[in-house]
Design a protein around this ligand. Sequence first.
Ligand code: HEM
Ligand code: HEM
Ligand SMILES: [Cu+2]
Length: 358
Amino acid sequence: YILILPAMGIVSEILPTFSRKPLFGYTAVVFAGVSIAFLGFAVWAHHMFTVGLGPVAIAAFSASTMIIAVPTGVKVFNWICTLYGGSLELKTAMLFSLGFVALFVIGGLSGVMHASPPVDMQQSDTYFIVAHLHYVLFGGSIMGLMAGIYFWFPKLTGRLMGEGLGILHFWLMFIGMNVTFGPMHLVGIMGMPRRIYTYSGSSGWEFLNQLETLGSVILAIGMIVFAINVIRSLRSGEVAGNDPWDGRTLEWSISSPPPVYNFDAVPIVYSKEPFWDQKYPELAHDKPPAGAVAPVAEDPASIHMPNPSYWPIVIAFGATLAAGLVIINPYLAFIGGAIMVLGSYGWVFEPAGPEEHH
Ligand code: HEM
Ligand code: HEM
Ligand SMILES: [Cu+2]
């Protein structure tokens, strides 16, 4: 779930933008996210239903696993209601967001199926689980990530990503993903175990596995199209301007890419969609409070920015090394730890350098 929550956040930004409507039930979506985050701590033993935990533990973790589907359902309901009656604009970012909702629902449904321990007895350790996990991780997290890349690429780089290649990329990924991971449900139900490298020709799993291989080739072509699109857009993409999507939130009010100090005036925020309300006051739900004064822009030269430093990357390297070495030997992790401590000292005691202004 920790992998899906960021994708859920991304999609909750994109669906309203391309439906030209506020997010339906904003508060409910937020609280659903919070409750998923809490409940996520209480479901882990659903990966161990078949190891002989005993009836009490199994009942408790089965219940918590089924309960997590409730806030998930709340989110899906609100996303669909956001689309309802909106004037949809099917840009690539929107396609990936819609793909996210559709595929994640399939993965969520198979998840609820194996939340039931007797059902999971059948499904555990088969390709049915591999199907579930790719619908939520690939159909969910990766599609959401792609939506986010297409959405914020222009803000990050100042250039739009190509829509033609983007749409091609989306369909290759959407079709490839279903051809790769869809048949895994079937071979799983037919009894194919996970983590095997070969199987008997008489098993009847051959055709579906070949189909999956074909799907993975489609996926690979999709990723190549994506790579080409990124490179081409970086070099010669259409210049984006501040606000290519008629955005709703404040990042679209500043230049693309944003200046290092982001905002030269701290904006007064009085609604959930401040930029939209600023652009279309006649449509705004929340009006600025009486007597609100527009913030005064500061002279960019007077905005103090921290000095750039190489130490954070040293600390990150140490942390990665520690996490990696712990697999080999816990004591080796101290090497990474030492680099982290060193990096922290370096960073803290780094001379402030000449006063730099941006
Ligand atoms: C409605 C939501 C979900 C429910 C009810 C659910 C339930 C389950 C259950 C019961 C299993 C264990 C099956 C078994 O091994 O026999 C499982 C496996 C798995 N789930 Fe979910 N799940 C949900 C959503 C997610 C999400 C959002 C992710 C990640 C983004 C995820 C990732 C996985 C992975 C990676 C496995 C397989 C782990 C492994 O054995 O390798 N699931 N799920
Ligand atoms: C082209 C894309 C992908 C293909 C063709 C693919 C294929 C597979 C296959 C065939 C397995 C089952 C291995 C086995 O049980 O013997 C597997 C396992 C798994 N995949 Fe993927 N996968 C892809 C992308 C992803 C992505 C993007 C994620 C995560 C975001 C992911 C997460 C996992 C996980 C957690 C497992 C379980 C590992 C295990 O059983 O130890 N996969 N994948
Ligand atoms: Cu789980």
